[in-house]
Write a protein that binds this ligand. Structure first.
Ligand SMILES: Nc1ncnc2c1ncn2[C@@H]1O[C@H](COP(=O)(O)OP(=O)(O)O)[C@@H](O)[C@H]1O
Ligand SMILES: [Mg+2]
Length: 244
């Protein structure tokens, strides 16, 4: 569904950030981009979201060029960015409201139920913990009509335990909804645990070093991280990242 072909981008002539980068996300696929900090991951998201235009290359969504066009994807930023005066339910429908001017509160309520947040539907954001705010931001993205979700390091600010529970929650909700996801992370374990496919990014100017198909069955289990095949893949990815 998303096809990025030979994209290059520079903020200025001596600030080349992306170089001949290509990747694909298929329908219902969970794809991660794993790369060092400052390599250009967020820049790539801004290009897909239509905020910037690439110098070269193509960005196709379902075969159609979307360069410079906004509104085709739903985006979950690093900070949850909820509107403080809106209830949880009204925050969840916000993406749908902005995209189509109509909000399906019934659907949003069902999502909150599936996500274990039904009792917070009428709460205000300041009444929630940090992890819960992020869950709401994710549901908002999920309730938006766009078929592709971009998640930019959504868990990087969380402590290890909260992060693990967020990953499990995300997988659980995603498996019930199966949207196409492009997920940015600098955590090797997180990429393996969540993804069908991982693209490893080089440091700046970033291009794809390798594409890895993650061989583990779903639903994923936490214990996986202790198994030899997981540890081996982790070591391979670590070596690839370290070389860059
Ligand atoms: N608006 C900007 N103007 C100039 N340089 C930028 C801008 N935004 C990011 N950069 C630079 O581009 C590089 C990639 O940034 P970014 O895409 O945010 O990396 P990542 O998300 O992988 O950490 C960094 O070196 C950063 O300093
Ligand atoms: Mg970033």
């Amino acid at each position: 569904m998303l096809d990025i072909k030979h994209v290059s981008y520079a903020y200025s002539h001596d600030q080349k950030v992306l170089s001949d980068l290509s990747l694909q996300v298929n329908d219902g696929e969970f794809v991660s981009i794993l790369g060092p900090s400052g390599s250009g991951k967020s820049t790539l998201f801004h290009l897909i979201g239509g905020l910037y235009r690439p110098e070269r290359g193509e960005i196709l969504l379902d075969g159609r060029e979307i360069i410079g066009e906004k509104g085709h994807i739903s985006y979950m930023p690093q900070q949850p960015a909820l509107l403080p005066w809106r209830s949880v339910l009204d925050n969840v429908v916000l993406g749908a409201e902005l995209a189509s001017k109509k909000a399906d509160k019934g659907e949003a309520k069902k999502l909150l139920e599936k996500a274990g947040l039904a009792e917070y539907a009428n709460a205000l954001p300041h009444q929630l913990s940090g992890g819960m705010k992020q869950r709401v931001a994710f549901l908002r993205s999920l309730a938006s009509p766009q078929k592709l979700m971009l998640l930019d390091e959504p868990f990087s600010a969380l402590d290890e335990l909260t992060r693990l529970s967020m990953q499990n929650w995300l997988l659980n909700v995603w498996e019930k909804n199966r949207r196409s996801v492009l997920f940015i992370t600098h955590s090797i374990e997180e990429a393996i645990y969540l993804s069908d496919t991982i693209y490893v990014l080089s440091s700046k100017p970033a291009s794809i070093v390798t594409k890895v198909a993650v061989p583990f069955a779903r639903p994923r289990r936490e214990e996986m991280a202790l198994e030899p095949a997981f540890i081996q893949l982790k070591q391979e990815l670590y070596a690839l990242l370290k070389e860059r």
